[in-house]
Design a protein around this ligand. Structure first.
Ligand SMILES: [Zn+2]
Length: 287
């Protein structure tokens, strides 16, 4: 009798693993997407980000370890819009047959510029896509994912309003900034800040010519732009040179394409946006 009860308990344990024990393995291509996915998936998912904190997804080279990680995962979340030029090669190498979620699907995108998450409205679309994608990949927990996605969406809506109210504190003619890598076009369009960058929006594009630099320095002087910023994953030398030549000030580092490390100021997407907006507003007000 005792053995039968034990056997029954064992069978039950096998048939219905405790909540959270059998986590859905999900791979996200970069740290920001990894955080959005973890927010939606909660304790039901185990998220691995391929491109980690402070690293550049544009120029990333997948490793054999990435191939193994993806091969043992059920879901792959990518940004799309050409951000991860290496993703199909990696999926093929891993013989990946799981579910694929392209976070930017149906987002209000600007051509092939991949940095859509810099507009919180776009990040909310990512979250909706991730919620629907996880629900489809793991139907047993669909209600859980939907609930978490909508709770997170409420927080992101509040974040969007906060960004608008912070930018509104800066007089309109001072809403200008210089960055090292043109990844703020979505932010610019959504929140009405003008960004200029000394090079194209891909970190692997070529260095600017001496003439481009001279033009930009003249522009910075003429327009009295005081807010110059370095991004966490790009070479700071260019922006420092411009700041020196145009007697501007280099502000705190902006987080554009990657989170900070967990002990840094942008360990989550929400912290990243709050940090960037705080730095931009302080820099643009300085005059
Ligand atoms: Zn970028």
């Amino acid at each position: 009798m005792r053995n039968l009860i034990l056997l029954g308990a064992l069978l039950l344990a096998v048939a219905a693993p405790a909540h959270g024990q059998d986590k859905l393995k999900v791979v996200a291509t970069f740290s920001i997407l990894g955080n959005l996915t973890a927010e939606v998936g909660g304790e039901d998912v185990e998220v691995t980000s391929l491109v980690g904190p402070d690293a550049d997804a544009h120029t990333y080279q997948p490793t054999p370890a990435d191939v193994r990680t993806l091969a043992s995962s059920k879901v792959l979340v990518s940004n799309g819009l050409g951000f991860e030029g290496w993703i199909d090669r990696l999926a093929e190498a891993a013989a990946f047959t799981g579910a694929r979620i392209v976070a930017s699907r149906n987002a209000p995108t600007q051509g092939h510029d991949p940095h859509c998450w810099q507009d919180v409205a776009c990040a909310r679309r990512y979250v909706a896509n991730i919620g629907a994608g996880l629900a489809a990949a793991d139907p047993a927990n669909a209600a859980f994912y939907r609930k978490r996605a909508s709770a997170y969406d409420v927080r992101l809506a509040a974040l969007d309003s906060w960004v608008r109210s912070e930018i509104a504190k800066v007089p309109e003619d001072r809403r200008k900034a210089i960055t090292g890598h043109n990844s703020f076009r979505y932010f610019a369009a959504a929140y009405g800040v003008q960004f200029q960058a000394p090079r194209g929006y891909s970190t692997d594009s070529s260095e600017p010519s001496a003439r481009d630099m001279a033009n930009l320095i003249r522009q910075v002087r003429e327009q009295k732009i005081r807010a110059l910023f370095i991004e966490n994953m790009t070479n700071p030398v260019l922006v420092r040179e411009i700041a020196e030549d145009a007697s501007g000030v280099v502000g705190p580092r902006l987080y554009s394409d990657a989170l900070s490390r967990p002990d840094g100021p942008a360990a989550t997407y929400e912290e990243l946006m709050r940090h960037n907006v705080g730095a931009l507003v302080a820099g643009m007000q300085r005059n």
